[in-house]
Design a protein around this ligand. Structure first.
Ligand SMILES: *Cc1c(COP(=O)(O)O)cnc(C)c1O
Length: 420
C-alpha cells in the first residue's frame, strides 16, 4: 500500500473517495488484440439464427421481432445541463446508446447473457442430433424433445442482479432449470420477477465475487450443470461485442462518419468488465484508431481501474485499498475485476474515471428532467464522460439499464435524488 501511493499518485484520491480520471499510459489507439477473428462474426450470426426462436418465445411482447438491439438518441438538452453542472464545454454531439431498452432483460446483459445461453442450447441440440450442421430451421429448439433435453440441464450464474435476470429469463423460457446466486446488492424486485418465472434464486449475504465463487463451486460438482462465468466467459464477451456491428450500421444510417477528423468517444459503465470490455473489443475491431473507449466506475468499486493501473488485474480488490464496494450503482458493485478483460484491454482502453453515488443520482434526476429518460444508477456512469475527457468528436454514452424497473422503485430513486 505504502509503495503504491508513491508509484500511483491517483491512489491517494481513490482511497480518499475523490473522483479520479486515469489516462491509460499504455494506450495505443491503433492496437487491436488478435483474439479470434471469428469471434464477432460467429456471435453475430448466432443472434441471427436464433431470431425466429426469440420472436416465438417472447411473442407476447408487442413489435418484438426477435432482434436484440437498441436505438441511439441525441441528448442535446442533457448536454447543456452537463456543461453547467461540470462547468465545462462539451465539444461535439452527445448520443445515448439505449441498452436500457434492450428487450426482455432491460439491460446490457441481454447481449452477453442471451448469447451464452443460446450458444449452450445450440451445442446441446447439435450433440443430441436435434440440429444438424448447416441446418437453418431452428424451430426444433422449441420442440418438446428439445425442452426435455434442456430440462435435464441446470444453468447456474452468480450476479449482482441484471445478469441473473437475463440468464434466468432466457434460460427458463427455453426449458432449462436455472439458479441465480445473488449478491447482497441485488434488488428485491429482480428476485421476485425471477421466482415468478420459475428460476431458483439463492440469496447471499456476501458481495458479487463471493456469490460467483459459490455458484462456481456448486457447479463443479454436477456434470449436468452449466456455469455462466461472468469473470471468465468468452461467450458473454462475444455477445457484448456484437453491439459494435450494430452501432456501425446505426451511425451510417445517421450519416455520421467516424474518421480522424471526427473520432468517436465511448463511455461505458464497468462492473466486472465483461460488458464494457466486449463492446470495446468490438468497437476497436470495427472503428480501429478512430474510436476511444473509457470505462466509468463508482468511487467505492473502481475494480478495473485498480487492476489495470497496478497491473495486478484480478489479484487485487478494492477492499485491499480500504474501499467498501458499497454503492447505489448495484450493477457495478464489483470489488475484483474479470480474470481476463483487463489483460486483454491493457493497450485498447483509453482510460477510466470514477463517479460518486451523489453524482449518479444527480445525473439520474437531470436526465429524467431534460430528456424524460429514466436509467438505473449504474447506467448513468457514462453520462459524465464527455465532461471528463474534454475531447472533441462524437460522444457516445452507453446507457446500460433501467427500463424494466417497476414504477414504484423508479419513484423511490427519483425521490432519493431529490432529497440530496
Ligand atoms: C452489468 C452491468 C454493467 C457492467 O457490465 P460488467 O460486465 O459487469 O462490467 C453496467 N451497467 C449495468 C446496468 C449492468 O447491469
Amino acid at each position: 500500500m505504502e509503495g503504491w501511493l508513491e508509484q500511483f499518485p491517483l491512489m491517494q484520491d481513490m482511497t480518499d473517495e475523490k473522483p479520479v480520471f486515469w489516462v491509460n499510459p499504455d494506450y495505443e489507439a491503433d492496437f487491436v488484440f488478435q483474439l479470434d477473428d471469428e469471434l464477432l462474426r460467429q456471435a453475430s450470426e448466432r443472434f441471427y439464427r436464433f431470431q425466429p426462436v426469440l420472436k416465438s418465445i417472447f411473442g407476447e411482447i408487442a413489435s418484438f421481432e426477435g432482434i436484440i438491439e437498441s436505438p441511439i438518441t441525441d441528448i442535446s438538452k442533457m448536454k447543456i445541463r452537463l456543461e453547467t453542472v461540470y462547468e465545462t464545454t462539451v465539444k461535439g454531439n452527445v448520443l445515448l446508446k439505449r441498452d436500457d431498452l434492450l428487450p426482455i432483460a432491460g439491460s446490457i446483459k441481454a447481449r452477453g447473457g442471451f448469447h451464452e445461453v443460446l450458444a449452450f442450447a445450440e451445442k446441446l441440440a447439435r450433440e443430441h442430433g436435434l440440429l444438424t450442421d448447416g441446418e437453418s430451421d431452428y424451430s426444433c429448439i422449441l420442440s418438446e424433445e428439445a425442452r426435455q433435453l434442456f430440462n435435464q440441464y441446470h444453468i447456474v450464474v452468480g450476479s449482482t442482479g441484471n445478469l441473473g435476470l437475463s440468464i434466468g429469463m432466457i434460460g427458463s423460457s427455453l426449458g432449462f432449470r436455472v439458479s441465480v446466486h445473488m449478491s447482497h446488492d441485488a434488488k428485491q424486485w429482480k428476485k421476485d420477477l425471477l421466482r415468478k418465472n420459475g428460476v431458483t434464486v439463492v440469496e447471499h449475504l456476501s458481495d458479487y465475487s463471493v456469490a460467483v465463487e459459490q455458484a462456481r463451486a456448486i457447479c463443479s460438482a454436477d456434470e449436468k450443470s452449466y456455469f455462466v462465468d461472468d469473470e471468465n466467459s468468452l461467450l458473454l464477451f462475444a455477445g457484448y461485442a456484437v453491439a459494435a456491428l450494430e452501432l456501425k450500421r446505426q451511425l451510417a444510417d445517421l450519416n455520421i462518419d467516424v474518421n480522424c477528423n471526427n473520432p468517436l468517444y465511448v463511455y461505458l459503465p464497468c462492473g466486472v468488465g465483461g460488458g464494457p470490455g466486449g463492446i470495446t473489443y468490438g468497437l476497436k475491431k470495427v472503428f480501429g484508431k478512430h474510436v476511444h473507449c473509457y470505462f466509468a466506475e463508482p468511487l467505492q468499486s473502481p475494480s478495473m481501474l485498480l487492476g489495470l493501473m497496478t497491473k495486478q488485474h484480478d489479484s487485487i480488490s478494492v477492499y485491499d485499498i480500504g474501499l467498501t464496494n458499497q454503492t447505489e450503482a448495484d450493477g457495478l458493485a464489483v470489488g475484483r475485476p474479470s480474470k481476463f478483460v483487463g489483460k486483454l484491454l491493457k493497450k485498447m482502453l483509453a482510460g477510466i474515471y470514477t463517479v460518486s453515488d451523489y453524482e449518479l443520482l444527480q445525473l439520474m434526476k437531470t436526465l429524467n428532467e431534460t430528456e424524460e429518460i429514466f436509467l438505473e444508477p449504474s447506467a448513468l456512469a457514462g453520462t459524465k464522460g464527455p465532461c471528463v475527457t474534454g475531447k472533441e468528436g462524437i460522444h457516445l454514452v452507453w446507457a446500460t439499464g433501467g427500463s424494466i424497473i417497476p414504477n414504484n422503485v423508479k419513484k423511490q430513486y427519483l425521490q432519493k435524488a431529490k432529497e440530496l
